[in-house]
Design a protein around this ligand. Structure first.
Ligand code: NCD
Ligand code: ZN
Length: 351
């Protein structure tokens, strides 16, 4: 008789998550709370969360949604601010003192969904604010893509390293930086070798799929996210980083739900919904290279260590039993197609 392979790990955290607001928030927050102890909540609402006061109110709405839907859940949303050209040092001091804000997110203006309020000239407009962040130990969470239309979409992360990341970290060498949703071998090499406090999140979809996934048999909008999926060699580099032992790479789903109709249209939104089946996706990716033993460090240890927090104290158990992803979900009045809906994953969460 063969026994099912199981894996018990410290409860993981999601270091990059979109929780949205209103009815959709209520419908999705339980998915994340079922798997993760904490999550870094992205501030790209419309309008964005730009102040500590807004972040406090948003955190209260998240906790309220949790209370209404899964009152027994043990889940803490870690809040972020959206950096704009007008964010001043005082806001950083307020954020630090609040104890609830754990990072400030840089969206280059126009880079992705709801990023119109983003920064137009980082070192030109935000130097005093970055200095305050460096002094206070407040991490800068970076959407690392240039928005220059002359740069090929698939090269925008690599060009960002040269044009923004290197000058930024030269001027602020002690600033804690998280390179969010890393997608390229150039990004992996940079984060691995750079000096100082730098780390990166990696999504499950960038570990499992290359850019072909967007075009299998036709246009597949539910595989479209930003930064966009890249070539196979980049996926392999990301898997190597995620399963490696630098301690600089950790889990960030970038789960970002959009209503089906907003993705299936003439100009469809970027974002993949993965919160429902995040750990099943990651476990399947790690096991594909026989490195399931490295999941605990990536999912549960490296993130808290970088953010200066203790790991969670409870555990979750995964088992090598097929999990069939629902083809579609009804979430707060919207139909949302989860990533790889209808397909089966090798791993599931043990109830
Ligand atoms: C995110 C969203 O929809 O909010 N979309 C995405 O493709 N990842 C925005 C983002 O994180 O870039
Ligand atoms: Zn995101």
């Amino acid at each position: 008789m063969t026994t099912t392979q199981t894996l018990t790990i410290t409860r993981p955290d999601d270091w990059h998550l979109h929780l949205r607001d209103g009815e959709l928030l209520k419908a999705i927050v339980g998915h994340t709370a079922a798997q993760f102890g904490r999550a870094i909540v992205m501030p790209n609402l419309n309008p964005p969360i730009t102040t500590t006061e807004h972040a406090k109110a948003y955190q209260a709405r998240i906790l309220d949604a949790l209370q209404q839907t899964v009152p027994a859940a043990d889940f803490l949303p870690l809040m972020t601010l959206y950096l704009t050209d007008n964010t001043g040092p005082d806001e950083i001091y307020r954020a630090k003192n609040s104890g609830i804000v754990h990072g400030v997110k840089l969206y280059p203006a126009g880079a992705t969904t709801n990023s119109d309020a983003g920064v137009t000239d980082l070192l030109g407009h935000c130097a005093k604010t970055l200095e305050a962040m460096q002094d206070e130990g407040m991490p800068l969470l970076v959407h690392g893509e240039v928005t220059d239309p002359a740069i090929d979409l698939f090269d925008r992360e690599a060009v960002f390293i040269d044009r923004v990341m290197i000058p930024l970290r030269k001027q602020f060498p002690a600033l804690k930086v998280v390179f969010e949703h890393l997608t390229t071998s150039e990004g992996v090499a940079y984060v691995t070798e750079a000096e100082g406090p730098i780390a990166a999140t990696i999504t499950a979809h960038h570990l499992l799929y290359n850019r072909n996934a967007m075009f299998v048999g036709g246009l597949r909008p539910h595989w479209y996210c930003l930064p966009v999926l890249k070539r196979e060699k980049h996926r392999e580099a990301l898997l190597g980083a995620a399963t490696g032992d630098t301690g600089r790479f950790f889990l960030g789903t970038d789960s970002a739900p959009h209503a089906r109709g907003r993705k299936e249209q003439d100009c469809g939104c970027a974002g993949c919904y993965t919160a429902l089946h995040a750990m099943e996706l990651y476990a399947t990716a790690f096991d594909s290279v026989s490195r399931i033993d490295r999941l605990q460090a990536f999912a549960s240890e490296n993130g808290p260590a970088f953010y200066g927090l203790a790991p969670n104290t409870s555990t979750i158990t995964l088992e090598k039993q097929p999990f069939t992803i629902p083809g579609s979900l009804q979430l707060g009045g919207d139909e949302v197609v989860p990533l790889a809906g209808g397909e089966a994953l090798a791993w599931s969460i043990k109830a």
